[in-house]
Design a protein around this ligand. Structure first.
Ligand SMILES: Cc1ncc(COP(=O)(O)O)c(C=O)c1O
Length: 371
């Protein structure tokens, strides 16, 4: 199945994406509906699981293949991929697992989704200073903003690959390169681009993304990437039979961790979820990420002018393709930036413009008909 086939054959599109039968679904930045292939893969495995041991009923190499597909998507090695569930948990593992020293600081963006804010704020208990990055426009962060606010005590910068409200997509390579020149680690919440736009980790040290948005997979079947050379430094904070050596399931006197990213997976896997993730990754790799990204940008170039013609204000409406994403946020007040009144943290942050009646297309898959 190719993208041109999907675009030219509405029957096929509706077959592969059953949600398209009765709606125009605009909320993949929230929670995606499952494509048919993903939902069937889970259903088939679930019915086989009624016949015996769930673990042995999974094809032998399927988990390995899922790690390979995830690695390919990120330009990482399978040994650098762990399956630990939601983004919040994966980012918490990174934050809690690094060897912080008192008065180290970590630079984050307070207006990011809380999954990428709270794990870092919790480090204050360990004497780490948590600094909030300023951006002149919502989510618009580049190497200059980051370097301008980092100093010699900055150990790590944690950012989202794309801001969940404004839809501004970061140049991960440029930011990561700038940080690495200063020996600062770079951690990315990749959930708003992985599966939608190329999101690779050449200059990223840690990346987390659950599957339930643009990856088109089930909830809580996410990916954690940890650069191989940092796996000794980032200690697991959870321990069990799966990540610590235990021949014949017998506990040993010493904790000997696995030598790859499976060291972050303490126990039994979420197999039903990972079967879905596998099917989703196969679907995405078949269609091709560059094709998906081009299609999203094409649709954005239809939507943004249409919204503006109707008098809506669109955040980052003129963003160049390199910073545009699958998220379009618009407000009804001509000339005024959007206030995201339903999104509590923004009421006191850089997005708050005092215009309380804004809304987001992001949340508006439910009740929004711009065209
Ligand atoms: C940027 C971002 N990070 C993370 C999440 C979800 O976090 P989790 O996977 O922990 O539920 C969302 C969901 O809206 C998000 O937009």
């Amino acid at each position: 199945m190719t993208l041109p086939e999907l675009r030219s054959n509405e029957e096929l599109r509706r077959h592969e994406f059953p949600v398209a039968r009765d709606k125009i679904f605009l909320a993949h930045a929230g929670v995606c509906p499952l494509p048919r292939r993903v939902s069937e893969a889970i259903r088939d495995y679930a019915s086989r699981c009624a016949q015996g041991d769930q673990e042995t009923l999974l094809p032998a190499l399927q988990l390995r293949h899922t790690r390979e597909l995830a690695g390919r998507l990120l330009n990482a090695r399978p040994e650098e991929i762990a399956f630990v569930g939601p983004t919040s948990l994966a980012l918490s593992f990174v934050a809690a697992g690094l060897p912080w020293k008192r008065n180290d600081n970590v630079l984050i963006y307070f207006d990011d989704y809380p999954a990428n804010v709270y794990p870092w704020m919790a480090l204050a208990q360990r004497g780490v200073e948590v600094r909030f990055l300023n951006a002149r426009e919502p989510g618009r962060i580049g190497p200059l903003e980051v370097l301008g606010q980092a100093d010699e005590r900055t150990r790590l910068v944690a950012l989202a690959s794309c801001h969940f409200v404004s839809g501004y997509r970061l140049d991960l390579d440029a930011i990561g390169q700038a940080l690495h020149q200063r020996n600062i680690l770079f951690c990315v919440d990749g959930i708003q681009t992985l599966g939608a736009f190329p999101t690779t980790v050449e200059h990223v040290d840690f990346l987390a993304a659950d599957a339930h948005k643009w990856l088109l997979g089930p909830c809580a079947a996410g990916i954690l990437y940890v650069r191989a050379s940092l796996q000794e430094q980032m200690r697991p904070t959870v321990f069990g039979w799966h990540n610590v050596w235990c021949p014949d399931y017998l506990a040993q006197e010493e904790l000997v961790l696995r030598a790859d990213a499976r060291r972050y997976e303490a126990g039994t896997q979420n197999l039903l979820g990972l079967v879905g993730l596998h099917a989703a990754l196969e679907l995405l790799s078949g269609i091709g990420l560059d094709n998906i990204a081009a299609e999203l940008l094409r649709q954005r170039t239809l939507l943004v002018p249409a919204l503006r013609n109707k008098g809506y204000t669109v955040l980052h409406a003129d963003a160049p393709p390199a910073h545009a994403s699958g998220i379009v946020t618009a407000g009804p007040e001509a000339g005024a930036p959007v206030a995201v009144s339903r999104c509590a943290p923004f009421q006191r942050s850089s997005l708050d413009t005092g215009h309380g009646s804004g809304f987001q297309a992001y949340f508006a898959g439910f009740d929004f008909d711009p065209l």
